[in-house]
Ligand binder design. Structure first.
Ligand code: NAD
Length: 506
């Protein structure tokens, strides 16, 4: 049994009961859809509180029957939704945004409980994003415009955009509410109906958020499928009733989904992992660079971000200075229970992920690399029970080493010295990933040279990785295929373009 403070025990109990309530509502909704027929199959997926390692709840594994029923309903609802006046569709999305502004503190606590992300530094911010995403896409409903081509005096072409039909949106656990919002609001704005695959580790948060908006949406327009990825997730994305798959998650799962989509000739968008470089120039202000590393590497999310700047390059002559300054900043990070308001960084999401990260660290040390750990642990006993990993830096690893090439998805970054800007750019572009890259400094010429040379879908200058409505977001290489988050991306991802040719010569 773990001893927690009274305040923490109370907050944990409140989050647990709110999460259980949301899951009970979700089960009832599925049961109402299915009548007497089983809505779930097998034993479901057991979930744990990553901060304590204690079991929380079991997520139902959606049955074939439930998934088929949701898809049939979504197929029936889609033509009507597509033909609904744009103003009415926009109004519904706006109403969802208003509804998502309610109960944010409850939602933040459930998110912290089930994912282990810091309540203060991660969850409270994330719960505000869905409303702004729904508002943005509400405005785009009126912006779906094609092009026209004057091919001759009496021959004209014009293009129109059309929704795919039924979209399967597969959501990762690490920013689940933000991705759920993107994968509901954008396809709905484009005239599709949607089925969301909830991540096992954040199903209660998604159910809670969905409950806030479900009554505002037409019947069948949006539903949630729950359970394991290889079970319910795979059944959903391979169902012939799905017209488009929009997936965000790991490279490994993305590869399996891409293969399945190729087999079925189904359109697919993939937002996958990253091993993102950050080049710090010689003239960069030290404090700015250090804050930039803490933010860009998402140390407050224990490094569990696809755009985490996990490869940091500094001028070789400044290595010692950066090593010391980063060490001091990382030692200030308070590591503790996700629901403790003093915690800067919580645990990683699961025991399996904790073991995976520790294996990288052990093998780096046994290969003779210089590996250092940091952080201020708030409760040593809790630290041994939860799935905690301290922030780590690995100094000057070879470029071929797995810690330089593979996505660790934990609080582990490499710090490498470079001798010239060309040298830094070459290092930066030396992995198979291509999600994001950043450069930090005052020399605008050098900043723009890096920006131009980076092989990545998202490049930032003096700025942490962010996903803002309006900016297209997506990677190249093994980081993915396609874009999300903007008007262009909405058309490209959730609609197909039709070319119409008119001969009006008579
Ligand atoms: P994951 O691939 O394990 O799971 C993602 C989702 O896919 C979950 O909902 C899971 O249930 C489902 N899934 C798993 N197997 C499936 C299958 N065979 N068929 C259908 N669905 C399946 O990833 P995760 O651990 O939830 O998320 C972390 C990963 O996501 C990291 O690699 C991170 O870099 C990446 N990510 C990428 C972006 C981006 O925008 N590029 C954003 C966030 C996270």
């Amino acid at each position: 049994m773990i001893e927690l403070s009274n305040e923490l025990t109370k907050r944990r109990a409140r989050a647990f009961s709110a999460g259980e309530g949301a899951l009970a509502w979700y089960r009832q909704r599925c049961a109402a859809t299915m009548g007497d027929v089983d809505m779930s199959t097998g034993e479901g997926v057991k979930c744990y509180d990553p901060s304590t390692g204690m079991e929380t709840w079991t997520i139902p594994e959606s049955s074939d029957h439930l998934i088929n029923t949701f898809i049939e309903r979504a197929r029936r609802a889609q033509p009507k939704w597509m033909k609904t006046e744009p103003a009415e569709r926009a109004k519904i999305l706006w109403a969802c945004a208003d509804a998502l502004e309610a109960e944010q503190s409850e939602l933040a606590e459930i998110l912290a409980l089930e994912t282990g992300k810091s309540l203060t530094h991660e969850c409270k911010g994330e719960v505000t994003l869905p409303a702004s995403i729904f508002r943005y896409f509400s405005g785009l409903v009126h912006e779906i415009k094609g092009r026209s081509i004057q091919a001759g005096p009496k021959l004209m072409g014009y293009t129109t955009y059309h929704p795919w039909g039924v979209v399967a949106g597969v959501v990762p656990w690490n920013v689940p509410l933000m991705f759920m919002a993107y994968k509901i609001a954008a396809p709905l704005a484009a005239g599709n109906t949607v089925l969301i695959k909830a991540p096992e580790q954040a199903t209660a948060s998604l159910a809670y958020a969905f409950r806030l908006i479900a009554h505002l949406l037409p019947d069948g327009a949006v539903e949630i499928v729950s359970g394991s990825g290889s079970g319910a997730g795979n059944k959903l994305i391979s169902n012939p009733g799905i017209d488009k798959v929009s997936f965000t998650g790991s490279v490994e799962t993305g590869r399996a989904i891409y293969r399945q989509a190729a087999k079925d000739f189904r359109s697919v968008t993939l937002e996958l992992g990253g091993k993102n470089p950050m080049i710090i120039l010689e003239d960069c202000d030290l404090d700015k660079a250090v804050n930039g590393v803490i933010g860009s590497m998402r140390f407050t999310r224990a490094g569990q971000s696809c755009t985490a700047s996990s490869r940091i390059y500094v001028p070789r002559k400044l290595m010692d200075k950066y090593r010391e300054a980063l060490g001091l900043a990382l030692n200030d990070l308070k590591i503790g229970h996700a629901l403790d308001p003093d915690t800067h960084s919580g645990p990683v999401v699961s025991k399996a992920q904790q073991t995976r990260i520790q294996d990288y660290l052990t093998s780096a040390a046994s290969d003779g690399l210089d590996v250092k750990s940091y952080g201020n642990v708030l409760d040593e006993e809790l630290f041994t029970k939860g799935y905690f990993v301290k922030p780590h830096l690995i100094f000057d690893p070879e470029h071929e080493h797995p810690v330089s090439q593979e996505e660790i998805f934990g609080p582990v970054a490499t710090l490498t010295g470079y001798d010239s800007l060309d040298n830094a750019i070459e290092f930066a572009n030396s992995t198979d990933f291509g999600l994001s890259a950043s450069v930090w400094g005052r020399d605008i010429d050098a900043c723009l040279t890096c920006a131009d040379a980076f092989r990545a879908g998202i490049v930032q200058i003096n700025q942490n990785a962010i996903m803002l409505p309006g900016f297209s977001y997506g990677g190249i290489g093994i980081s993915g295929v396609g874009k999300e988050s903007s008007l262009e991306a909405m058309r490209e991802t959730y609609m197909f373009e039709k070319t119409n040719i008119v001969n009006f010569a008579g």
